[in-house]
Every structure is written in structure tokens, then in C-alpha cells.
Write a protein that binds this ligand. Structure first.
Ligand code: MN
Length: 446
């Protein structure tokens, strides 16, 4: 083997960025700022995850748009991002998801899709295989020539060929359709590709029950040995499913922005993938791109407070300290203001006032939240063994929780609760000018 071919054999086959569930155009909470956030996330993840990393291509596995009928602004954003990628020489291959799929019915009708418009402008390769009876006829797109009207693309990367096959949205037929796809992919004329990807918008059974359209792990296995990488979208949480040989096989990146409060804490982002010369897949979940910050405070127990004003004051002070900790208080940069979620649980002894709850929401937005969601779950039974918080205790409780939060951030101290109490006592004894022997002893012990 000469030097050149040994270098060649060590070259990775390809690298790519796999995205899904971008939901461009979603104006969450009816806020223009949120619509902009979704645009910003896509721009930024394409910058840090594709252009700066010099990947070979970008996959969009459905739900690029939040709805099928998008606004001109949303279309312009897609054009902007894909033009940037095109300038960088990075092709984009996309399929539709349930949010943006072509209307069912007569395909020969004049009703189109914005994916077609993007493809006509040579900004994406739009994979949309057509049906012939119960078989899927996979027609090829052609690199740099044919951007729509087919089900697969052979992408030349250096001396290698990457084959990307895509499905349209299958709905409840998802699991059953895989066998058909596996057969059709095998029918693609030779020569075989060096690496192949199947793009599919559907959820795995661990995230979406089969009874609700999820695909069982067993149903996925017919693709094993037929393609090398299954690129999913649909579920907004990142996950990977292995094949029967125990290798990572099916990949889902998750959403690029939080589409609901339920998406604050889950793993999600973009998958930066590289394939080595032995077809071994390495991947990294990218989460470090511009995204809106969310703050979810611990549940507040309603029955600890004598009046709603006490409850409101307590929550507001607690939220302010949290915003301070996040260094966001009174930030006038709309881009940096967090979204705050407040959960109140259990029945209160006072009559609940929606007006007061709305006041709380507004106060929190005035001290620096872009948006505050206040939820009161009356169903949760809360048992409070200690006494109700009176005005004096209310202040103490706020101080204690704030200090505990600050101390809790320092991993070198594990008894944050105890420390918070000692700090308050120290402060009190200084203010009162009284020597507290017990306190001094306690402090000495630490
Ligand atoms: Mn979806």
C-alpha cells in the first residue's frame, strides 16, 4: 500500500449536522420575541454546528416549520439560513414532518409546499418519494441538478458517495412502512454507496406508544444492514436506539428551542456526526448555541400562606433572587430575559384571586422576565407539618431559601440548609449586638 492510499483509508467518510423539529414560525405565548428565538436558534446552530465545523451536509428530519402555511417572514428566514449554508458549500437535505407536511389527497393538484419552493430555488434537496400501489418507488435526485421530485440523493463527498433516502410523513403507518422502505432501498441500482442514511419523521416506542403511532424497536430492525444511520425527527427529546448488534443505529436530535415548559429540562439540540473510514459513527449533542433561557422554580405550597398577598410576596422575592443569581435582573436586553415558570400546588385557606395571580405574573415580568407562566395545581395534596408562615417567618423563609440557593451552588459545601440558618443567625446576632454562644460554637465546628 502506498502512502497516498493509506492516508485515504484513514480519512473520515463524512461529517454532518442532523437537525429536526425546528418549528420556525412558532410564536410561543403569542410573543414576537419567541418567534425570533426560533429563528435565532436555527441561525446559530447552523453557524456553530455546520459552518464553523465545516460539515459536509445538513439533514433536517421534518418539522422545519411549525405549520404548513407559513408567513413570508418565516419563509425568508429559511431562505436566509439555507443561503448561508449554500455559500459555505454545505448542502441541506430535508423531509417534511407532521407539522409541515404536504396536504394529503390529490398529489397532482396545484397545492404545493414551501419545501418545494426552497428546492426550486436550489436551497434544499427535498426528499418526497411517491407511492406506486403499496410499493415505494425511489427515484433519484441529482446532486447540483435535481432538487425535488425524488426519494433519494447520492451525495458525492470527496471520493465517497453518501446516499440519503427520505420518507414523507407516514402518520400511524410509520412502523408498517419501514418494511416497504427496506425493500425499495435494496432495489436502488448499483453501485452501492459508501455510507447511507434514512430520514424518517416518527417516534420510537419508548417516547411515543405504538398505540399512538410510535415505531417499535422491532419494526426498525428491518433497516439494519440496509442503511447505516437512521435520522429521525418528531420527538423533541434526544435519544439513540441501538441495532441488534448493539451499535448506535437510530438517532433523534430533539427540538432546537423549547416548544413547551416540558422541554426545559430534557436533552435536545443538534447532532454533530462524523463517520470514520470503518463506518463507525461518532456523535455529539450540540446544546451550546443561542437559546432562550428558562427558569423553573421549585413548587410553592399554597397552604403555607395566610393570604394570597403573602404568597405573592414570597414568590416574587424568591423569583427576584433567582433572577439575580442568573444575573438577569432588570436586563433591558430582550434577548437575555428568561422565561419564568411558577408552580403553586395544593388548596389554600384563602379565596383564590385570579386578579392577584395576574398581578404576580406582571410583577415578575416587570423585574426582568420575558414572560411568566403561573400555574396553580389544586389537585396536588400538600401536607404541611410545620406551622403556617406568618409575616415574620415569611421574611425568614425567603432569606433562608435564597441563602440556601446561593450556598447550594458551591459544591464544596454540602450542608447548605444548615449553613443558611447559621448565616441568618449570625446576621441577626450582629444586628442585635448580642453574643450568641451556641452560634459561635456551631460556627467553630465548621
Ligand atoms: Mn413532529
Amino acid at each position: 500500500m502506498n502512502n497516498l492510499s493509506s492516508i485515504e483509508s484513514n480519512q473520515p467518510i463524512c461529517s454532518f449536522l442532523h437537525l429536526g423539529d425546528i418549528h420556525l414560525g412558532y410564536r410561543q405565548y403569542k410573543l414576537m420575541e419567541r418567534e425570533k428565538d426560533f429563528y435565532r436558534s436555527l441561525r446559530d446552530i447552523c453557524r456553530v454546528g455546520a459552518i464553523e465545523k465545516k460539515v459536509d451536509f445538513v439533514l433536517i428530519a421534518g418539522d422545519l416549520f411549525n405549520v404548513r402555511a407559513i408567513s413570508p417572514q418565516t419563509y425568508n428566514e429559511a431562505v436566509f439560513v439555507f443561503s448561508e449554508l449554500k455559500k459555505a458549500g454545505i448542502p441541506v437535505i430535508a423531509i417534511e414532518g407532521n407539522h409541515d407536511f404536504k396536504e394529503t389527497g390529490n398529489f397532482s393538484s396545484l397545492r404545493g409546499s414551501w419545501f418545494e419552493a426552497l428546492a426550486q430555488n436550489e436551497l434544499i434537496y427535498f426528499l418526497y418519494p411517491e407511492y406506486k400501489d403499496s410499493e415505494i418507488a425511489l427515484k433519484p435526485l441529482i446532486f447540483n441538478q435535481k432538487f425535488l421530485g425524488g426519494g433519494y440523493l447520492d451525495l458525492p463527498i470527496g471520493s465517497k458517495t453518501i446516499r440519503i433516502i427520505g420518507s414523507k410523513w407516514q402518520g400511524f403507518n410509520a412502523g408498517k412502512s419501514l418494511e416497504m422502505f427496506a425493500e425499495s432501498i435494496k432495489q436502488i441500482p448499483s453501485p452501492p454507496a459508501d455510507f447511507s442514511v434514512f430520514m424518517f419523521h416518527a417516534g420510537g416506542e419508548d417516547y411515543l406508544p405504538v398505540s399512538r403511532g410510535g415505531v417499535s424497536n422491532a419494526d426498525f430492525q428491518c433497516l439494519n444492514g440496509v442503511v447505516d444511520y437512521v435520522a429521525l425527527g418528531h420527538i423533541h427529546e434526544h435519544y439513540v436506539i441501538k441495532n441488534e448488534a448493539g451499535q448506535d443505529f437510530i438517532f433523534n436530535p430533539g427540538s432546537t428551542e423549547a416548544n413547551s415548559m416540558a422541554e426545559i429540562d430534557i436533552k435536545r439540540g443538534g447532532l454533530l456526526v462524523s463517520v470514520n473510514s470503518e463506518k463507525k459513527i461518532n456523535y455529539e449533542l450540540l446544546t451550546n448555541y443561542k437559546q432562550r433561557k428558562f427558569i423553573k422554580l421549585p413548587d410553592f405550597k399554597a397552604n403555607k400562606f395566610p393570604t394570597q398577598l403573602h404568597l405573592n410576596e414570597f414568590i416574587l422575592e424568591r423569583t427576584k433572587s433567582e433572577l439575580l443569581l442568573a444575573n438577569e435582573l432588570l436586563s433591558n436586553l430582550e434577548d437575555n430575559k428568561p422565561i419564568v415558570q411558577i408552580n403553586i400546588i395544593g388548596q389554600a385557606d384563602f379565596v383564590r384571586s385570579n386578579e392577584e395571580l395576574n398581578n404576580l405574573k406582571q410583577s415578575i415580568e416587570e423585574v426582568g422576565a420575558l414572560y411568566c407562566q403561573v400555574k396553580w395545581d389544586l389537585e396536588t395534596q400538600v401536607i404541611v407539618t410545620d406551622q403556617k408562615i406568618n409575616i415574620q417567618d415569611c421574611r425568614y423563609e425567603i432569606e433562608r431559601q435564597i441563602l440556601e440557593g446561593i450556598i447550594g451552588n458551591d459544591s464544596s459545601i454540602d450542608a447548605s440548609e444548615e449553613f443558611a440558618e447559621l448565616m441568618i443567625r449570625t446576621k441577626d446576632s450582629i444586628l442585635k449586638g448580642v453574643e450568641d454562644r451556641e452560634l459561635l460554637e456551631a460556627l467553630e465546628q465548621h
